[in-house]
Unconditional design. Structure first.
Length: 404
């Protein structure tokens, strides 16, 4: 089994009651089976309180207003106070640390939805690098196709990170090249899956005399090499000019993205009003010229946080790309990264327009609130995934018009 842990994870320290946006508010916290059994066994007055404070049908903590029923007035957890850290459920004990299992590889990283974790992620000088080691035997259920899929996705993920860190290329073009890479790989991946190999060597076969397939590892390496090759950025820049939208088109499209988010399950307090408020202050109270002037001033400020923006993009890549081994949709992961960065950037523009300033703390605020609203809800992630697949707002040309 291969393990990967992001080096920046060790730098995280929970702020406890001093946190400006406690993780005990806004969402129902699921309880793992072992913790649930322990809570049911608890006797006495606190045992009765546990019984009443749990939604037993859905196995999660009840909310008191918007907060967990066990969050006290001092901002601390009463379960921790009564039972210690071991008494906390797995989700509370590990958050904002996040573990993903990919069969033959397990990865641990931080979640952006915690404000202090967001500060660590954005300030990470090693930019999401991993500490990797081997331990134990390979899982019995790991198959050759699963290993090949993971290897191909790791190759694509590595290329995406390299493209994003190339500061000789403009930010919009870097995002566009990452999106185009996932688009091209998705197309070849789907070609590999058409029909069954008549030679019986499996769907993800190497090139053989019967089906003439190359295998997805071959395509991942070929496409990565093509996008990272010297001179590729210059050639792509000429094509990118045809995709870039005019300022008014960009404004219309990003406004449509924000309006679409109104249909999400609310996680942030007063979320139902947030997208409309952003649209009103950015696109209705300002005319096109005023909006563009504000955006140009903001972009000057944003360029001073080059590493922070790169770290933010790398976070979405590291968190989601390998998950394509389960749904075979790496292009959707590329879209999620582009969408998230564009919306967070517009969120920052909104804050800049209100406050007249923009720095790392404003970026932390926008990024962690976006993450809490989107990533802390499976329904919202599924909603976006569905929209990316069917909505014409998210075609490759349409998305490049926004980031161009």
């Amino acid at each position: 089994m291969e393990y990967g842990i992001q080096k920046c994870l060790d730098k995280f320290v929970c702020m406890g009651a001093e946190c400006e946006d406690t993780c005990c508010k806004g969402w129902r916290i699921g309880i793992d089976k072992d913790s649930y059994k322990a809570y049911r066994r608890k006797k006495g007055a606190f045992g009765r309180r546990l019984f009443l404070g749990i939604d037993h049908k859905n196995q999660c903590f009840r909310l008191k207003g918007r907060a967990c029923a066990f969050l006290n007035q001092e901002g601390f957890c009463d379960i921790y106070k009564e039972m210690g850290r071991k008494g906390m459920c797995r989700e509370c004990r590990e958050y904002p640390r996040h573990v993903e299992d990919y069969g033959v590889r397990r990865e641990a990283m931080l979640c952006l939805s915690c404000p202090e974790a967001a500060r660590v992620i954005l300030g990470d000088r090693e930019q999401g690098s991993w500490r990797i080691w081997q331990q134990g035997k390979e899982k019995k259920d790991s198959r050759k196709d699963q290993q090949e899929c993971l290897e191909a996705l790791e190759e694509i993920r590595s290329a995406m990170v390299c493209l994003l860190k190339d500061r000789s290329v403009g930010w919009g073009q870097r995002m566009a090249m990452v999106l185009a890479l996932t688009h091209d790989f998705q197309r070849h991946w789907e070609e590999e899956y058409k029909g069954d190999c008549k030679d019986g060597c499996g769907i993800l076969c190497e090139e053989c005399s019967i089906c003439k397939r190359k295998g997805i590892i071959w395509w991942a390496e070929r496409l990565s090499g093509r996008y990272l090759k010297k001179g590729a950025a210059e050639r792509f820049a000429k094509q990118f000019l045809d995709f870039q939208g005019k300022p008014d088109e960009r404004m219309i499209r990003i406004r449509a993205w924000l309006r679409l988010m109104e249909g999400m399950e609310p996680v942030l307090e007063e979320w139902e009003k947030k997208p409309g408020q952003m649209c009103r202050e950015l696109y209705h109270d300002l005319d096109e010229r005023e909006y563009e002037e504000l955006r140009q001033k903001f972009e000057e400020k944003a360029r001073g946080l080059e590493q922070e923006w790169e770290n933010l993009a790398i976070y979405f890549i590291n968190t989601y790309v390998l998950g394509a081994m389960y749904d075979k949709n790496v292009y959707g992961k590329g879209k999620l990264m582009v969408f998230s960065l564009a919306v967070i950037r517009e969120w920052c523009l909104f804050l800049y327009g209100r406050r007249g300033r923009f720095g790392r703390e404003e970026l932390v605020e926008a990024a962690h609130e976006y993450s809490r609203q989107v990533e802390n809800s499976d329904k919202n992630l599924e909603f976006l995934e569905e929209q990316f697949g069917k909505n014409r707002l998210f075609g490759v040309r349409e998305m490049m018009a926004v980031i161009g």
